[in-house]
Design a protein around this ligand. Sequence first.
Ligand SMILES: *[C@@H]1O[C@H](CO)[C@@H](O)[C@H](O)[C@H]1NC(C)=O
Ligand SMILES: *[C@@H]1O[C@H](CO)[C@@H](O)[C@H](O)[C@H]1NC(C)=O
Ligand SMILES: *[C@@H]1O[C@H](CO)[C@@H](O)[C@H](O)[C@H]1NC(C)=O
Ligand SMILES: *[C@@H]1O[C@H](CO)[C@@H](O)[C@H](O)[C@H]1NC(C)=O
Ligand SMILES: *[C@@H]1O[C@H](CO)[C@@H](O)[C@H](O)[C@H]1NC(C)=O
Length: 493
Amino acid sequence: MADYVFSFFLSLLLISSTNHVKSNEEGYISVDISNKGLDFAKDFLVQMAESSLVPLDLPKIEKSKHIPFIGTVHMGLSNITIDKIHVISSTVKAGDTGIVISVSGATANMTMNWEYSYTNWWLPIPITDNGEASIQVDGMDVGISFNLTNNQGSLMLSPLDCGCSVKDISIKLDGGASWLYQGLLDAFEVRLTSAVENAISKKLREGIVKLDSLLQSLPKEIPIRNIAALNVTFVGNPQLRDTSLTLSINGLISAKDAYAAFPYHHLEHLLASLEYLLASVPVKDPASMVTISLHEKVLVSASSVYYDANKMHWIVDKVPEQSLLNTAGWRFIIPQLYRQYPDADMNLNVTIFSPPSLKIKEHQIDVTVHADVVINVLNSGEVTPVACFSTAVSGSASPWITNNNLGGNIQLDEFSLSLRWSKIGNLHVNLVRVLMSTAMRTVILPYINLKLSRGYPLPIFHGYTLQNAKILCSDSWIKICSDVGPVKQLSIS
Ligand SMILES: *[C@@H]1O[C@H](CO)[C@@H](O)[C@H](O)[C@H]1NC(C)=O
Ligand SMILES: *[C@@H]1O[C@H](CO)[C@@H](O)[C@H](O)[C@H]1NC(C)=O
Ligand SMILES: *[C@@H]1O[C@H](CO)[C@@H](O)[C@H](O)[C@H]1NC(C)=O
Ligand SMILES: *[C@@H]1O[C@H](CO)[C@@H](O)[C@H](O)[C@H]1NC(C)=O
Ligand SMILES: *[C@@H]1O[C@H](CO)[C@@H](O)[C@H](O)[C@H]1NC(C)=O
C-alpha cells in the first residue's frame, strides 16, 4: 500500500499540467514539474531500477571452439547472473518525443559457472573441468524513452524505445587453465555482451509495462475523512516541454458517504494532507521542483462539501473575553436585556446558512460568510432565545509557509448586521454592530490569528515531504512552489 501511495505521488510528480489550464478542460489542480523535479523523480526511478533489476539471470551460452595444441573444446557458461548494477550518471529530458532517461558509464558485477570438455584420439577419456568466474561490466550506456498520455483519465506510460550498450567486459576465472581464459574471451565476449544488453533492455521494458499498469490501476477518487472524495481523474494529456512536465487533474471535491470500507485508507492521509494545501495559496519559481496550482473552485467544492456535511452551526459558549457572554456585558448596549435577565449567562447559536464564498485574489483569499446569530439567555437551566441577527462577515486570509509550517493571518474587512427578530423590543442595531465588530477585531480574530500563527506542519508522504515551500495567491489560483525531499536524509546515489 505504501508503494501505492508513493506511486500516486510519483505519478503526480511524473506527469502534470501547467498553471494555465485551458478553459475547455476541467482541470482544477495542476502540477508543474520542473527539470529539477524531473531529475528528482528520475533519480528515484534509477535507484529503483538498480535494485529491482538484479539479480538478473541470463540464458546459458554454449559453444565449440578450436584451440591450438588442444583441439576442439566444448565450452558452456551457465548460471550467468547480474548481481549488482551501479549507476554513476544519468539524465532526464522531456520533449515532443516523450520522456528520455539516459544512463551513461554504469557498471555491473556478474557471476557465472563455466565448464568445458574435449576429447582427442590420443586421450583415453574426455577431459572436463568446471568452476566459477566473476565478470566486471564497464561503460554500460542505457537509454529508455516512453510517452506519457491520458488514457480515460489515467496516466498511460508507453515504452517507445529502450536500448543498452556495453563497452567492456572483463572475466576473472577462479581456477581453470590459462588457455581457457583466452579461449573463453574469444569465444564468448561478444555473446556475453549482447546477452547483457538484451537482458537489461527486456527487463527495463517490462519495468515500464509494470509501472504503467500500476498507474492505470490507481483510483480515480481519493476519500477525505469518510465524507468526501477528491476527483483525481487526469484531464488532458500531460504536457511535456523542454524544462517541465505538466499534469492536470479534475481536483474537485464532492460529497461521498459509505466510504467506511474504502480499501485505500492510506490514501486518506494523502488527502487529509491536501486539506492543508486547500486551506492556503503561490508565482512560479523556476528553482522549485514542483508547482502545484489549485483553482478557486477546488476550495469552493471543499467548502460546500464541508458545509453540507456539518451543516455548519454551532453554539458559542466560550469566548476569549467571557464577559461578552453575560447580559451584564451588554448592559449599556441592550439595557432591556439586562433588565429582564440581570447577570444571566448567554450563549450564541450561530448558523451559517450557505457555504462560505471564496475568491482568490492577489496575495489573499477573500472569504464571506453569512450567518444567523441567535442570542440565548441561560436562566436557571432554561435556554431562552431572545433575539436573532443576520450577519455577513467578509475577511481576507493570507497564507504563508515557513519552515514547513503552513500558517496564515485573517483580517476582518467588513461586518454587517441586521435584526431579524427580537423578543425584547427594539434594539439599537448600530450599537450592537459596533460592539460585535469591535469584539471580533480585538478579541476573536487575534485569538484565531494567534493559533494560525503557530502554523500546521506540512504533510509527509511516506517519508517524503515538501521542502522550501512557498505559497502564492493570484487571480483565481493558489500556487505552491516546492522542492520534495526525504524527511530523513536518504542517500540517492
Ligand atoms: C549459481 O550461482 C549462485 C551464486 O551466484 C550460486 O549460489 C548457485 O549455487 C549457482 N548455481 C549452480 C547450479 O551452480
Ligand atoms: C505521445 O503522445 C502524444 C499524445 O497522445 C502524441 O501527440 C505524441 O505524438 C506521442 N509521441 C510519440 C513520440 O509517440
Ligand atoms: C564489483 O566489481 C568491482 C570491480 O571488480 C569491485 O571493486 C566491487 O567490489 C564489486 N562489487 C561487488 C558487490 O562485488
Ligand atoms: C471526475 O473528473 C472527470 C474529469 O473531469 C469527470 O469526467 C468525472 O465526471 C468526474 N467524476 C465525478 C464523480 O465527478
Ligand atoms: C440553533 O438555531 C437553529 C435555527 O436558527 C435551530 O434549528 C437550532 O435548534 C438551534 N440550536 C440550539 C441548540 O438552540
